[in-house]
Design a protein around this ligand. Sequence first.
Ligand code: PGA
Length: 249
Amino acid sequence: MRKQIVAGNWKMNNDLSQTGSLIDALKSKTQTSNAEVMVAPTFTNLYHAFEALKTVNIEVVAQNMHFAENGAYTGEISASMLKSVGIQTVILGHSERRAYFNETDELLAKKVDAALANNMRVIFCFGEELADRKSGNEETVVGNQIKNALFHLDASAFKNIVLAYEPVWAIGTGETASPEQAQDMHAFIRKTLSDKYGNEVANTVSILYGGSVKPANAQEIFSKPDVDGGLIGGAALNADDFFAIVNAF
Ligand code: PGA
């Protein structure tokens, strides 16, 4: 049975006091689904969020990390630093990291290795750009992103990996992949995993969809057989909307 997961990526939003208000609002909500719930505040608010949410069923996760353990990497944060404030899961490879901070598949492979070596769980993001989809190359692009960053791993590593398919053209644009487009790509991703690692791995890895998921479309997207949850940006900044999505299963 695959885990259903709804993760809120707060991106570079919310200072300390806004983070506290959003957490209070989240804690007032009732979860009616069995989904695992996660939120990803900015680095400066991780410790506060971890402390504030440790008594409820909401895991606090990081949006990024560096691959090195420590050293002369000004401005960066390591896996052990995240773990020291209670963080067990990290989002890697978000399209904004790839586009604005030049994160390549090769770099992401190192980050994945570092997270797994620290016994952390990884939410690994990937997805094609609009031009790729227009030219019919979306499966090639997505297949390569997965192969280049993950296919050096042993099958056993995948128990700590969650995949998040996020078509770049659907992130923050209000344009969502249709439930059928999401399902088609998720089925392709599962087949890609199965071809390399076999059905057991492919059938146990959770694959999330991300890109303009809202309360109004979550249920239809989550009803697709290969969609195991969502990575939520904009709608995760509002507790009512976020919990409407969490409870859409
Ligand atoms: P969005 O962002 O829900 O605002 O489109 C999704 C994401 O970037 O993870």
